[in-house]
Write a protein that binds this ligand. Structure first.
Ligand code: ADP
Ligand code: MG
Length: 322
């Protein structure tokens, strides 16, 4: 039974990145407008997520960490539902099965909060505590009880930068929320709440970058495209400054990126990259989201149409500057 739980948890919790992703998504769901993420050693030894959201009531906190408490999912493939961004009702239980886990939460109406401590799936304690409204989750020593899995993790640096990129992606699509990322004691990233996309871009990718941006806007029956692209005088962009969202979901798509880079290719010096933040909206029937939710990929029915559209939109915008 324990082994099965651990294997199932391993399917859900791949690496520190997936823990942070699930926990921050929970914080966003809780309507928090301040989310603090702290990691140490790329999240391997320590992850802490604090939010000021709705909180979990004293009565529900124990249930929230039980597997399937919020759904009736039975197989791993069932975990990935078609109309949501991830698996349901599994994150807290899975994470607490493979770490030293601590959940503290308080709702607005309650006098006291509650802390639940779980190690490797075993509840250690559950007690009342003084706490601010909202939720804090601490995950220590991820995979301490699955050495085989632990061995497969990448370096601290590479896990840490995957998490940094994740917080960047989430910040750019949640401009109402203030995000703060602390990595090995150092503040990497803070954004204000209730602000503009350009302010978020400026606080994360730098004010020089954000000043170099030109706005893109296109709308038709089929697709809306809007966002920002670097101008031809900006040479300091790299591919981490290329962010694409489709229907509010961050994606990585080499074909789309290269059709955009192609629009720049004769106009930027060799070896220089454009930066862009594009928000694309399509009829949901035009995309296939029935794929692994952690891979940030989407299949388009008419890829060629979208590539051609982006190429011509951006070519035109770049030429308009001369
Ligand atoms: P799911 O999000 O799919 O329901 P989780 O295991 O991620 O499953 O979370 C279980 C439940 O715990 C959630 O449905 C929610 O009610 C509660 N919860 C988890 N994290 C938070 C949070 N940060 N703020 C408020 N409630 C939370
Ligand atoms: Mg969740």
């Amino acid at each position: 039974e324990k082994t099965i739980d651990k294997i199932a948890a391993g399917e859900v919790v791949e690496r520190p990145f997936s823990v942070v992703k699930e926990l921050v998504e929970n914080s966003i769901d809780s309507l928090a407008d301040e989310i603090v993420v702290e990691i140490k050693n790329g999240g391997k030894s320590y992850i802490r997520i604090t939010d000021n959201g709705s909180g979990i009531s004293n009565d529900d906190i124990g249930i929230s960490v039980l597997r399937h408490a919020t759904s009736k999912i039975r197989t791993v493939s069932d975990l990935y539902s078609l109309d949501t961004l991830g698996f349901r009702g599994e994150a807290l239980s899975s994470i607490s099965a493979v770490s030293k886990f601590e959940l503290t939460s308080k709702t607005e109406g309650e006098e006291m909060g509650k802390t639940v401590k779980i190690s490797g799936g075993t509840t250690i304690s559950e007690q009342f505590t003084g706490a601010p409204n909202g939720t804090t989750v601490i995950v220590r020593d991820l995979f301490y009880n699955i050495p085989a899995r632990k061995k497969f993790l990448k370096t601290d640096k590479s896990e840490g930068s995957a998490i940094t990129d994740l917080i960047t992606r989430l910040s750019l699509i949640n401009t109402d929320i203030s995000f703060k990322l602390i990595r090995d004691g150092k503040i990497i990233h803070t954004t204000p709440k209730n602000t503009t996309e350009l302010n978020v871009i400026s606080s994360i990718l730098g004010s020089d970058f954000s000043r170099s941006l030109m706005e893109i806007e296109y709308s038709s029956d089929m697709v809306d495209v809007r966002g920002y692209i670097t101008n031809l005088n900006y040479y300091r962009a790299n591919r981490k400054m290329q962010l694409i969202y489709v229907n509010d979901r961050f994606i990585i798509d080499k074909d789309i990126s290269s059709s955009i880079e192609k629009a720049y290719s004769t106009m930027l010096p060799k070896g220089k990259f454009p930066g862009f933040i594009l928000y694309i909206n399509l009829d949901p029937s035009e995309i296939d989201v029935n794929i692994h939710p952690q891979k940030s990929k989407i299949k388009f029915n008419d890829m060629k149409f979208l590539e051609d559209l982006l190429y011509s939109l951006i070519s035109k915008k770049l030429r308009s500057r001369f």
